[in-house]
Design a protein. Structure first.
Length: 304
């Protein structure tokens, strides 16, 4: 640590620099941390709002299927030789989402109605998703779970909501195989997607949004602003140094040199100072002192 003695031995320039660099480091660290948390927060809001919009959209597609497609197809369920999956809300939301993902920039967005005992094994919940469904089942007050998760495609932000069986009509196809349309059994078999109960949470509706790019962007912005800040600080330190050297230190050195000359009897040396600032005042005071000294010395010389 710096003690008083070392501080005392430092030149003005060095003291100023020390102080400036201290202030510099503290402010860079402070603004770096604050900026990082602001940018991270914004990035998180961005992925979260993307996920919210998509889950809202997916639910709109589900509603459309239930309100518009179901009435059209339901009467034909028993007569049509093949099952028409278009009547299933999860099917339509999956199809719409797959169309959405066809665009390269959206290929790492995912949607899944992750189900513990699904009719279509594509919808089977993996370990992680099973835990989400269990959490929704264990706490009926939990209506949404969000977080980050690593997938082979990269890190994603996910938003999950419980999918509950709220209508009796759902159970026609999801309670026991003998109640289900024959065409459904022909397509999906009678093993999976049965035994569901009313008011049971069967799935977690999940939307995943790729987060890596958004966070990488936030990091790039952070680095850019930090470089800018450090450059500005460096220029300020350089300028302050330049000004202190030119307007303070050099002038004091000049006065010191002349004072030294006067002290060894050179009465012709003059403390020239054109400026009226504090150092100018000091030089004028020294000039007056030199004049008084000269008069006193002359008087002494005349007496002897
Ligand atoms: C006509 C029969 C039928 C009805 C009625 C029906 N479903 Fe399904 N459901 C299916 C079929 C078939 C699938 C698989 C579709 C696919 O291939 O994606 C399915 C899939 C699902 C899935 C995705 C998981 C899985 O099993 O693959 C959920 C969740 C689901 N249904 C919930 C419901 C809800 C809630 C209702 C009531 C609003 C309902 N279903 C009504 C036949 C039906």
């Amino acid at each position: 640590m710096l003690n008083n003695i070392t501080l005392k031995n430092l030149k003005i320039g060095a003291k100023f620099n020390l102080l400036l660099i201290l202030v510099f480091i503290v402010s860079i660290l402070g603004s770096g941390v604050a900026l990082s948390s602001v940018l991270q927060g914004r990035a998180q809001n961005e992925v979260a709002s993307q996920a919210q919009i998509l889950i809202q959209m997916v639910n709109a597609v589900r509603d459309y299927t239930q309100n518009r497609i179901d009435p059209l197809l339901a009467p034909r369920l028993d007569t049509n030789p093949t099952f028409m999956p278009e009547i299933v809300p999860t099917f339509s939301s999956k199809e719409v989402f797959e169309n959405f993902r066809k665009k390269a920039e959206y290929k790492n967005f995912f949607h899944k109605d992750a189900t513990l005992n699904p009719t279509n094994l594509v919808d089977k919940a993996d370990n992680f998703e099973t835990q989400l469904v269990e959490r929704f089942r264990n706490d009926s007050k939990t209506l949404e779970i969000t977080g980050f998760r690593n997938l082979p495609e990269g890190e994603v932000f996910y938003i999950a909501r419980p999918l509950k069986i709220t209508q009796q009509k759902c159970l026609r196809c999801h309670s026991t195989p003998d109640q289900a349309p024959k065409s459904q059994l022909a397509t999906y078999g009678s093993e999976n997607g049965f035994g569901w109960q009313l008011n049971q949470i069967v799935s977690a509706q999940i939307i995943s949004v790729p987060s890596e790019d958004i966070f990488a962007n936030a990091k790039r912005t952070w680095i850019l602003i930090m470089i800018l800040l450090i450059t500005i600080f460096a220029i300020v330190v350089f300028l302050i140094n330049f000004l202190i050297t030119k307007y303070v230190i050099q002038r004091i050195r000049r006065i010191e040199k002349i004072a030294q000359k006067v002290s060894i009897g050179d009465m012709n040396a003059d403390f020239e100072e054109s400026s009226n600032d504090e150092i100018g005042g000091l030089a004028q005071a020294f000039n007056r002192m030199k004049a008084s000294l000269k008069i006193a010395m002359d008087m002494l010389n005349n007496q002897s």
